[in-house]
Ligand binder design. Structure first.
Ligand code: HEM
Ligand SMILES: *[C@@H]1O[C@H](CO)[C@@H](O)[C@H](O)[C@H]1NC(C)=O
Ligand SMILES: *[C@@H]1O[C@H](CO)[C@@H](O)[C@H](O)[C@H]1NC(C)=O
Ligand SMILES: *[C@@H]1O[C@H](CO)[C@@H](O)[C@H](O)[C@H]1NC(C)=O
Ligand SMILES: *[C@@H]1O[C@H](CO)[C@@H](O)[C@H](O)[C@H]1NC(C)=O
Ligand SMILES: *[C@@H]1O[C@H](CO)[C@@H](O)[C@H](O)[C@H]1NC(C)=O
Length: 213
């Protein structure tokens, strides 16, 4: 990362109001694992959110989620319903040379609470280096959710464009080792689209095996 990019990342994550369009969704294959994802990159930082799913036509399905963020992002999150409130949220951050992911849900514009209906397993490739942290995780329970006893919202695996929300914060989390920890508000948030149909793969099980070894 060049100095200008670092300066931009710091600005972008310290509350400077910046409006940055998300990139379009692209196919990305991780050179470390050969796992291929649908990937969108947001923010000046920039942060990439990636999904791979089994070759299915309907929910429920498990998901492989990868987030790559600059260390200026003390946490980064994705909300699967495309807004902060009343849908499944994954939040992640660096912890030493590894990373942590936390299952959350927000009923208001306040700290999202732990959410037990979704469960994440941290996989290989969840590392932090000098500049970036990466989390690679399996999510069970992220492809649909029920809000307040209402109807079930589902992600459409046939859709070339699902709408997701993201946010990131320059403020450190309370205890980075603890997935139930306190967190502070974001300085950046927005929405982006991801090609979920292109995230489908016949190799999902072998990807999982590779990432679990
Ligand atoms: C301590 C944690 C958090 C606090 C206190 C918080 C608080 C707030 C507040 C007060 C707003 C409305 C004002 C504004 O637009 O800036 C907002 C909006 C928003 N937040 Fe958060 N937030 C938190 C975490 C998250 C997380 C983890 C996400 C994950 C994607 C997120 C996504 C968004 C989005 C997309 C909006 C735009 C409006 C909406 O979708 O509701 N926030 N947040
Ligand atoms: C990560 O940190 C731990 C604890 O400090 C250390 O034992 C381990 O060797 C480190 N791993 C790498 C890949 O740097
Ligand atoms: C925290 O991690 C534990 C162990 O992996 C898991 O059982 C629990 O559901 C996680 N909680 C949250 C809020 O992510
Ligand atoms: C979120 O859910 C809570 C609890 O059911 C409800 O009171 C609130 O109105 C909902 N907010 C939105 C924005 O849907
Ligand atoms: C650190 O990780 C990021 C994200 O994977 C990568 O782009 C960068 O090249 C890595 N830096 C080093 C020094 O390995
Ligand atoms: C998913 O399965 C269908 C039906 O078997 C097949 O035509 C398609 O090529 C598969 N897609 C991928 C990405 O593997």
């Amino acid at each position: 990362m060049g100095l200008l990019q670092i300066a931009a990342a710091v600005m972008a994550l310290t509350g400077t109001a910046l409006s940055v369009p998300a990139t379009t969704s692209v196919k990305y294959c991780d050179p470390e694992s050969d796992v291929c994802y649908s990937s969108s990159t947001v923010g000046i930082g920039a942060i990439s959110y990636r999904l791979a799913i089994p070759n299915v036509t309907a929910t429920p399905f498990d998901m492989l989620l990868q987030i790559v963020a600059p260390k200026t992002a003390q946490w980064a999150g994705v909300a699967f319903g495309g807004r902060m409130i009343n849908n499944t949220i994954a939040m992640a951050w660096a912890n030493g040379n590894t990373s942590v992911i936390s299952s959350r849900w927000a009923s208001a514009h306040e700290i999202p609470e732990p959410y037990e209906e979704a469960e994440y397993t941290v996989l290989k490739g969840s590392v932090t280096n000098e500049t970036h942290w990466t989390v690679t995780a399996l999510c069970k329970g992220c492809s649909s959710w029920v809000h307040d006893g209402g109807s079930r919202t589902v992600l459409d695996p046939n859709s070339p464009s699902i709408n997701l929300a993201w946010a990131a914060s320059p403020y450190p989390v309370g205890d980075p080792a603890d997935n139930y920890t306190m967190l502070s508000i974001h300085s950046e948030h927005g929405t982006f689209s991801l090609d979920l149909a292109a995230a489908r793969t016949d190799n999902f099980d072998s990807y999982l095996q590779t990432l679990s070894e």
